[in-house]
Design a protein around this ligand. Sequence first.
Ligand code: NAD
Length: 440
Amino acid sequence: MRLTVIGTGYLGAVHAACMADIGHDVLGVDVDVEKITALAEGRPPFYEPGFDEVLTRALASGRLRFGTSLREAAVHGEVHFICVGTPQRAGSHAADLRYVDAVVDGLVPHLPASCLVVGKSTVPVGTTARLTARIAGLVPAGVRADVAWNPEFLREGFAVEDTLRPDRIVVGTVGRESDETLRRLYAPMLEAGVPYISTDPSTAELVKVAANSFLATKISFINAMAEVCDAAGADVVTLADALGHDTRIGRRFLNAGLGFGGGCLPKDIRAFTARAQELGVGPAVAFLAQVDEINERQRTRTVELARQLAGGDLTERRVTVLGATFKPNSDDVRDSPALAVAAALHREGADIRVHDPEGTENARRTHPELRCEADLLTACQGAELVLHLTEWGQYRELDPVKLALVVRKPVLVDARNALPHDEWRAAGWTVKALGRPAPA
Ligand code: NAD
C-alpha cells in the first residue's frame, strides 16, 4: 500500500522504516529539513537500537523515501499517518495540538483522491471527532478523507521490535471500510498472531492515555512505598520482589528510584487530567496529580540525599552524574529526571560532570550549563560524590574497585537501585539509595 508518515521523530521515523520493511511503499515527511536529509541518507537522526539496520534495509528496497512536502504526501498516500509531536501546552497541562492541526490543514486541501487519515500521536479523547469536522471544511469536492486513530505503544530503546512485533494493535474507526484498510495494512502482523483491537475512535484514543496513566501510577506507587520504607527502615527492593511474585501485581514497573520522565508519560498524564476536567470528570482522575507529584518528589529527594552526603552544602563539590537520558538505550533527554537532578545540583553550586553513553549531545543542547564528559573515567576523576541516575547496562558492568581509585571520595547514590550494592560496598564505597536502609 502507498503510505505517508507525517512527522518523522522517534515514533514516525521508526514507523515509516518498519512499514516499508513489511512491504509498503512509504513517504516520510517532516518540516525539519536536517532530519529529512539525514534519514534520506540512511543516517538515523537519533539513537535507537536496531533502527540503523531497518532504515538502511528499507531505503535499499526502494520502498522508503523522505521529503518535506505535504502536497507530495497528499498525492502519494492512500493512508496518511500523523506522527507529529503533541507536547504540553505552555502555561497549561493540556496537550498542544497545533502540529496535528497544521498537518491536516497542509495536507487535506491537496488530496486528489479519497484516503484514510490515521492518527498515531497521543491525543486527548475527542480529537478524531474534532479533526473529522475540521477535514470536512478543507477537503476538495468529490474527495473523502476518513479519520481513524491507531495509538502507538512503542517504547524508546525497543522501538523497532515494538513496531514490528507489537503487543497489540488498537484501531479506532468509524465504518467498516477504514477498519478493513488498516487490517490489510497490518496483515503481516495479524498473520503473526498480534492481537488486533478494533473499536471506536474515542476508546482507541483513551487506551493510550489509560495505559500510560497505569504505568505512571505503578511507578509512583512503588516510589511512594520507597518513601515509607525510608521512614520505617524497610527495604523497597525486597518489598517490590515480594509484591511482584503475586501474578495479579507483577514485578515490572516496580523499580523504585528516580521516577519516570521523557517525552510521553509526564505530559500524557497531565493532558489526560486536563481533558478529564474539560469533560466534567476531573475527580475521576484527580489521583494522577498525586502520581505526578510523587514522581517529581523523587527528584527532590535525590537532590536532598546528595546535599546531605555533601555535608549540607554542595557549593564547589565535585559531583559526577552517570546518565543524562530519561531512560537507557535512548538518546532522548526530554524531561529527563537525571538532567533535572544534575541541573538542580548545579544551581546549588556543585561542580558537575555528566556522563552518558548516547545522550551527551542532546544534554549539551538542552543544558549548556552542565559539563558533559565523553569518557566515563574522566567524568569520575576527582569526584566527591557519584550519582547513578540512568540505568544504562554499562554502568552495571563498572568495576567499583577501579573506580574507587579515580574518585576523591568513594560515595555513591544509586538513584535507580540497579547497581550491585554489596560489590560496591566491598570495594570501599558508601552506597545510598532511595527506599533502602543502610546496612547494619
Ligand atoms: P518527536 O518530537 O521526536 O517527533 C515529532 C516530529 O514531528 C518532529 O520531527 C517534528 O519536526 C515533526 N513535525 C512537527 N510539525 C510538523 C508538521 N506540521 N509537518 C510535518 N512534521 C512535523 O516526537 P515523538 O517522540 O516521535 O512523538 C510523536 C507523537 O507520538 C507524540 O504524540 C507522542 O506522545 C507519541 N508517542 C511517542 C512515543 C515515543 O516513545 N517517542 C511512543 C508512543 C507515542
